[in-house]
Structures are given as C-alpha cells and as structure tokens.
Ligand binder design. Structure first.
Ligand code: CDP
Length: 223
C-alpha cells in the first residue's frame, strides 16, 4: 500500500527543502502544490489576465498546460514544455500569488488535480510527500502521515532572508518581512496552517537546522 505523507506550513518553515529530503530518504515522489498556484500566476501574467477577474483566473487554472515532475532531486515545472521552475519563484510572482490562491474557484480546480497527482505519484513511487498549506486538512485529510511544520516568525524570516538576499542582516530581514508576513496573512484567510488540526503532528523547527529538521520528520514518518 503506497504511503502518503502530507506536510503543511507557512513560508520559511523549511517545508519545501525538508519535504524533498524526506521524499529522497524514503525513495518517494514529491509534490509541491505551491508550485501549482505559482504556475497559474505566471500563466495569467503572461496572458495578460487580470488577477482580480475571478472567472478568468479559474478558466486559466482549468486550461493550464502544466507539467510537474515528481523526482525530489529535480522537481521539474513546465508550461507547454517550457521550463518555468525559475519563473515561478521571482519576487514579482511571490508578491501576487496570494491573489490567485485566495480565489476559491482556483482552489477547487487545483485541489482536485492535487488529489489525482497524489494518487498517481504514490502509485508510481510507492509513496509521495505532498506539501502545501491545506494538504493535511483539505487535499489529503486521510494521508498516512500528516505534519504541520512551523517555526517562529524570527526563524522563518531569517531563513527566507538568507534565501532571497543571501543574508539575515537587519536590512535584508526588513525587506523580507513585508512580503512574507503579508502573504501569510492573506493565505491564512483561506487555509488553516497556523495551528495543527486534529490528528496532525506539530513539528517546530525554530531550533533545528536542516539536517535536524529532516531527521525529526523522518522519525515521525517511520513511527
Ligand atoms: O515557498 P513558500 O512556502 O513561500 O510558498 P509556496 O509553497 O511556493 O506557495 C506559494 C503560494 O501558493 C502561497 O503563498 C499560497 O498563496 C499558495 N498555496 C496555497 O494556497 N495552498 C497550497 N496548498 C500551497 C500554496
């Protein structure tokens, strides 16, 4: 029976890197659901679709020519075969992705697609690690393992700041703060990822480094 591991958390919790490492550890496939919201955003920006036009953005999500690779060592993201792995991570996209993610019609379309992907990847790889903000609660509430990865705001800002600006000095953290805190606030209006739901294991990584976080999560999956 393939194993489904669901991981949620806010930005800077280490979710993506830790999820990939855990998938690699067990030889499972990987699904980054945030990449799907980001891909819809890139597609709309390129097609000139107004993000506040709710119906147009839902139609974009439905027709999205998206390709996702499940290999945790190389999680390819393509639109019409074009590699958009870098394009989905720009600060321009991060700044507006919540406008797409708070569109409930888009969520319904992507959540259905995610359920199908989780089943297909789990079947292919013997297991899947799927990460996002509503995987433990809405997309895969029946997952074998459900974990909410958190970290203090301070720790999350330091991590994101280092990722984005190569430093966690005062100026870099301040620049990161506005983006991250606003995005988490907007995202939390539609997804519940600040407190662990019933039956979801809470893993606080504030005091853990990368290897420590991976080790703790591997232990939770093994238990
Ligand atoms: O990397 P980071 O954690 O900052 O973000 P991400 O996982 O790439 O997700 C990007 C955006 O997609 C989030 O800010 C949410 O707006 C949205 N998202 C969502 O609404 N539900 C999910 N399951 C995953 C992402």
């Amino acid at each position: 029976q393939p194993v489904v591991v669901a991981i949620d958390g806010p930005s800077g919790s280490g979710k993506s890197s830790v999820s990939r490492a855990v998938a690699r550890h067990f030889g499972y496939g990987y699904l980054d659901t945030g990449a799907m919201y980001r891909a819809v955003t890139v597609y709309c920006l390129r097609q000139g679709i107004d993000l506040s036009d709710a119906d147009a953005v839902v139609a974009a999500a439905e027709e999205l020519p998206l390709g996702l690779g499940a290999d945790p060592d190389d999680p390819a993201v393509t639109l019409d075969e074009e590699d958009i792995a870098a394009a989905i991570r720009t600060s321009e996209v991060s700044a507006v992705v919540s406008a797409v993610a708070t569109n409930l019609g888009v969520r319904a379309v992507l959540q259905d697609a995610q359920r199908e992907l989780i089943d297909a990847i789990a079947e292919d790889w013997g297991g899947v690690v799927a990460e996002g903000r509503d995987i433990t609660t809405v997309v895969a509430p029946d997952a074998d393992v459900r974990v909410l990865l958190t970290a203090s705001e301070e720790a999350r800002l330091a991590r994101r700041s280092t990722e984005l600006h190569g430093s966690a000095d005062e100026a870099a953290v301040a620049a990161t703060h506005d983006q991250i805190v606003r995005r988490d606030r907007d995202d939390s209006t539609v997804s519940q990822f600040t407190e662990a739901a019933d039956g979801v294991v809470l893993l606080d990584t504030s005091a853990l480094d990368f290897d420590g976080s991976v080790g703790a999560l591997v232990e939770i999956v093994t238990a």
